[in-house]
Design a protein around this ligand. Structure first.
Ligand SMILES: [Mn+2]
Length: 276
């Protein structure tokens, strides 16, 4: 029997915007309502120093190991995370990819690639390195705890439109699939042989003309309705084993409702056994 674990991870030091911690807390209580959820330990350190090219590396690596251990203790088979920054996906994706032995696709809805290394990153912010780390190329402090890195053939990206040059080169030399936020996306995943999917939603994938409560406004991208349609086709044909919703600022009350409606109307909540 599948069990789902709900998580709030407010670790915000993957960039330097503390507002994402507050945003994640507001969104988790709104989405999870009265359901019990795990609150991941938030490491607070004032040093926030750059180590080996990564801002707050010590804080982030300690938080990652703590979260990974919590998930292992929970012995869960599905995870939904509301996280502050993109790097809060590191523990749930690592845990599930090990559990399912690589038999899951990872679908990255994001305006960005998150494929930098400490050497190529313009900012040193770890939230821009998370997917590359999951692929096994990241700081040793994280990689040594990832039992099964992703193969690039597991990764599907949609909505990306703000890539650094080195990220584009990396994608071109990999087996990552880049698709559109539409109904064909599910067919790309199925024809690659996957029936399970982990879905990452950085809310900056959305068109800022339609949704404004994200940290990094990036012009273009799908409307809430378009993303709902795409999620709906995924929900109908795939087993969603994990979901992460990240980088939400929580400045407007109605924006949390928009996210909830997308997840409910598309059937994602149902697929995760959360609408019972
Ligand atoms: Mn992003």
């Amino acid at each position: 029997m599948s069990t789902i674990t709900l998580c709030l991870n407010s670790q915000w030091q993957g960039c330097e915007s503390k507002i994402l911690a507050t945003g994640s807390q507001k969104l988790a209580s709104f989405l999870f309502e009265t359901k019990p959820y795990l609150t991941m330990k938030q490491i607070n350190s004032n040093s926030l120093k750059v180590t080996n090219g990564v801002y707050a590396l010590d804080v982030l690596s300690e938080g990652f190991v703590d979260t990974l251990n919590s998930l292992k203790d929970s012995d869960t088979s599905k995870i939904m995370t509301v996280g502050a920054t993109c790097d809060t996906e590191l523990a749930p994706v690592s845990y599930l990819n090990h559990l399912y032995d690589g038999e899951m696709a990872v679908l990255w809805f994001d305006a960005h690639g998150d494929l930098n290394t400490p050497e190529s990153s313009p900012s040193g912010h770890f939230h821009g390195m998370i997917l590359r780390t999951l692929l096994g190329e990241g700081p040793e402090e994280f990689c040594k705890h990832i039992e099964r890195p992703l193969f690039s053939s597991q990764v599907f990206m949609a909505g990306i439109r703000d890539l650094d040059e080195t990220e584009s080169e990396y994608i071109d030399g990999s087996n990552i699939t880049v698709g559109l936020v539409d109904n064909d996306l599910v067919e790309l995943i199925i024809s690659a042989g996957f029936s399970k999917v982990y879905i990452h939603i950085d809310v900056d994938v959305l068109n800022p003309k339609d949704f404004k409560d994200m940290l990094m406004h990036t012009s273009g991208g799908p409307t809430c309705e378009e993303l709902t349609q795409c999620l709906s086709s995924l929900s109908k044909k795939l087993d969603i084993v994990g979901l992460g919703v990240v980088e939400y600022c929580g400045k407007q009350k109605e924006s949390a409702l928009k996210i909830k409606q997308m997840l409910q109307n598309s059937g994602v909540m149902d697929n995760l056994d959360l609408d019972k």
